[in-house]
Design a protein around this ligand. Structure first.
Ligand code: SAH
Length: 364
């Protein structure tokens, strides 16, 4: 029995170390040769009812097992019953004494379980890419992402990594591609700038994914945080991010959220604040906030945070010139307590905490 299995593996160029299990029909569960072979190979012995095996479509059915155990195939059917690719079709044992072959064996490769890593690359600077993100990029055999982000990390990939890059837009297609590659058993990294779950690829991808793949999320430093660090401490109290892109969201919805943030006195970071074809939304949103905040409220504008051409400005609600804002920019608007302190944007942790010198509530 052992020789039959080992020969089949060897001739197919397969290592015995890759063997996952031996499978046969229930009637053979106690067959000493099979039990002992599984023990020596160090794999579990799995058995199936004859009726289940009889339903499996196999290339070489025959009458003998049908008569003996009630299924036209044991070896091929038991190998294929949970799916996979038939690598070695049914073969028979050879007996040293030249007697009739008594055992058959077939080998199937089970599809590996695919892995989809959704990886945030951070805002741009290499040292803001987390070690975990780096490890996932290295682990991937397929990388899916926007061409400009692929360029950001191409040097970190293993040689031979298949790169599926696409241009702006095509989000759904990228998501589908990534999931399909993972379903085929591959290790896929789907990348996005900042955090890949923030206005990015994680949601469309996971909306496509079913439970037949593993999914791993790697958080990244999102633009609001990168910009916050440049500006000072604008996010010291409750804050919200709002995307001003009305590509996927009706303006009425965006406006309702801006109004709510204005009323709730939340610090607001605007993503996708302004593009060539989309220039009235930012002034409109700022006007809504100005309904509840002083004209002197600090506003931070950060362009290309952590990238070589980073720039930032601290201005006010009254003085912000929207023309200085583009799609590489985030705009953070302070709440009614936010101050410009020595050129830095500072939002106090809370009024009461500020007043009580010992910071009873604010202890970190
Ligand atoms: N997933 C990204 C956001 C994608 S939406 C993240 O977590 O950061 C794209 C918008 O993010 C841009 O229009 C811009 O407003 C903002 N953005 C992304 N990277 C930025 C950076 N390095 N500096 C400033 N803004 C950035």
């Amino acid at each position: 029995m052992l020789a039959l299995v080992e020969d089949a593996l060897r001739e197919a160029g397969l290592s015995a170390a890759s063997l996952a299990e031996l499978a046969t029909v229930d009637a053979k569960a106690g067959e000493p040769g099979i039990v002992e072979a599984a023990r020596r190979l160090g794999v579990p012995l799995v058995t199936y009812p004859a009726r289940e095996l009889a339903r499996v479509d196999v290339p070489h059915p025959s009458d003998a097992p049908l008569a003996a155990v009630g299924t036209p195939s044991v070896a091929e059917a038991a190998a294929l019953v949970r799916g996979g690719e038939l690598l070695v079709p049914k073969r028979k044992s050879r007996r040293a004494d030249g007697g009739p072959a008594r055992a058959t064996c077939a080998v199937v490769r089970r599809p590996g379980r695919g892995r989809l890593a959704v990886v945030g690359l951070g805002p741009g600077a290499r040292d803001l890419l987390t070690p975990r993100a780096r490890a996932e990029l290295r682990r991937a055999s397929v990388l899916v992402g926007l061409d400009q982000y692929v360029d950001q990390i191409r040097d970190l990939l293993r040689p031979g990594t298949r790169i599926l890059e696409s241009g702006l837009g095509a989000e759904e297609e990228r998501a589908r591609t990534a999931v399909a590659e993972a379903r085929a058993g591959r290790a896929v990294a789907l990348i996005g700038s900042g955090d890949a779950g923030v206005y990015a690829m994680a949601s469309p991808a996971l909306a496509e994914a079913s439970d037949d793949i593993d999914v791993v999320g790697v958080p990244g430093v999102t633009a609001a945080l990168a910009a916050g660090a440049v500006l000072g401490a604008p996010l010291g109290h409750d804050h919200v991010s709002i995307s001003l892109s009305d590509l996927h969201t009706p303006w009425e919805v965006i406006e309702r959220r801006v109004r709510a943030a204005a009323e709730a006195d939340l610090v607001v970071t605007f993503y996708n604040p302004r593009s060539r074809g989309r220039d009235w939304q930012l002034p409109k949103a700022l006007a809504l906030l100005a309904g509840h905040r002083a004209p002197t409220t600090p506003v931070g504008v950060v362009r290309n945070a952590s990238r070589p051409d980073e720039s930032s400005r601290l201005t006010t609600l009254a003085d912000l010139d929207p023309a200085t804002v583009d799609m590489m920019t985030v705009v953070t608007v302070g709440n009614t307590a936010t101050r410009n302190v020595a050129g830095r944007m500072v939002t106090p942790r809370g009024y009461r905490w500020q007043e009580s010198a010992q910071g009873q509530e604010g202890a970190e």
